[in-house]
Design a protein. Structure first.
Lengths: 182, 152
């Protein structure tokens, strides 16, 4: 995704360049992480028409907060955490405005009536279940199951212990399994 | 991806896989170039931070509270009989906060406020606009116009 000149640069190097005033470094970081952040937020249940705005806002907050980024977690994990917090705030606004439909999408069954319908139903059911989890269970589950992070990095990002992250993950999986099976 | 899905119950893993495919389709609608341009444009602008009232500089909060108190007192006093004494203090209070009042003007203002408070406790029910005479209504309108011009 990035330009050849900056493809080898690490996130840390790009951050340092941006802090010295190099805007291209910031643009490279956006190109590198925007899609992953969007997928993370979409799995969290962000409506499609809010997705780009939310991605943009999370990136702006991340760049403006770089002075407080201690580097304990990776930039990507830090960005996902900011996105998750931002989504939590936005959900409150959306609830007040009563404009967001929280019901699952109706699956498109036009191509494969059985397989597509079941996949669509399961995706919607899981998204609904994820939305019902406690905040830390939800965060840990998505960072682990969707983003593939190890417990130590999840713990650093969420400022909890690795043991607590394991427990939250275990409870999240148990609840989601039950939710899917009901 | 397979490794982390292996940790999950097969049905849950399939559901997560389906959800991720949908999320990826949603994310495909994101134009990274446009996002980058918008982010850089916003970063070039100075950050606007909304400061809550309780974190604002004390003099401004005090001035705002003083103006509110004065405005309320003006409106209350002006609709009552005998508002003439208070009217003398109005032009002074309209120019700024209580700190700008001269000693005599402040005393007459406080006396008028005290009188209203006593009346509120022991006097008859609060009059409505219908109870006011023409001159009292005029005084009220002037008082309201003066308070609207008060600069915080």
């Amino acid at each position: 995704m990035g330009s050849p000149a900056t493809a080898a640069a690490t996130d840390g190097e790009l951050i340092a360049r941006y802090l010295r005033g190099d805007e291209q470094a910031a643009a490279e970081l956006v190109h590198r992480h925007a899609a992953g952040l969007a997928r993370f937020l979409a799995v969290h249940g962000t409506p499609d028409d809010e997705l780009e705005d939310l991605v943009q806002e999370a990136l702006i907050r991340a760049f403006r907060g770089l002075a407080s980024f201690r580097g304990g977690a990776s930039f990507r994990t830090w960005l996902l955490t900011i996105g998750g917090n931002l989504l939590k705030d936005r959900r409150r606004q959306w609830k007040r405005r009563h404009v967001i439909a929280l019901t699952p999408d109706v699956p498109d069954t036009s191509r494969d009536p059985s397989g597509e319908a079941e996949a669509g139903w399961m995706a919607a059911r899981l998204r609904d279940g994820i939305g019902r989890l406690a905040r830390l269970q939800r965060e840990v589950f998505l960072l682990r199951a969707q983003q593939g992070l190890d417990y130590e990095e999840i713990a650093r990002a969420l400022e909890i212990s690795a043991g607590a992250a394991r427990v939250h993950y275990h409870h999240a999986v148990k609840r989601l399994k039950q939710w899917i099976s009901d | 991806m397979d490794q982390r899905l292996d940790e999950l119950d097969p049905r849950l893993a399939r559901a997560l896989d389906a959800l991720e495919r949908r999320a990826a389709a949603s994310a495909d609608g994101i134009d990274a170039g446009r996002v980058a341009a918008n982010v850089l444009a916003r970063l070039r602008q100075p950050e606007v931070v909304a400061v809550p009232l309780w974190r604002r500089p004390a003099p401004r909060v005090a001035a705002a509270i003083a103006a509110l108190v004065i405005g309320a007192a003006v409106a209350t006093i002006a609709v009552r009989p005998g508002a003439g004494e208070f009217a003398a203090a109005l032009p002074v209070t309209a120019e700024g906060s209580l700190g700008l009042l001269e000693a005599s003007a402040a005393e007459s203002l406080l006396a008028a406020v005290d009188q209203v408070q006593v009346e509120a406790v022991s006097g008859p029910a609060a009059p409505t606009l219908d109870d006011l005479t023409e001159s009292e209504l005029r005084a009220l309108l002037q008082a309201l116009e003066s308070t609207e011009g008060t600069d915080l």
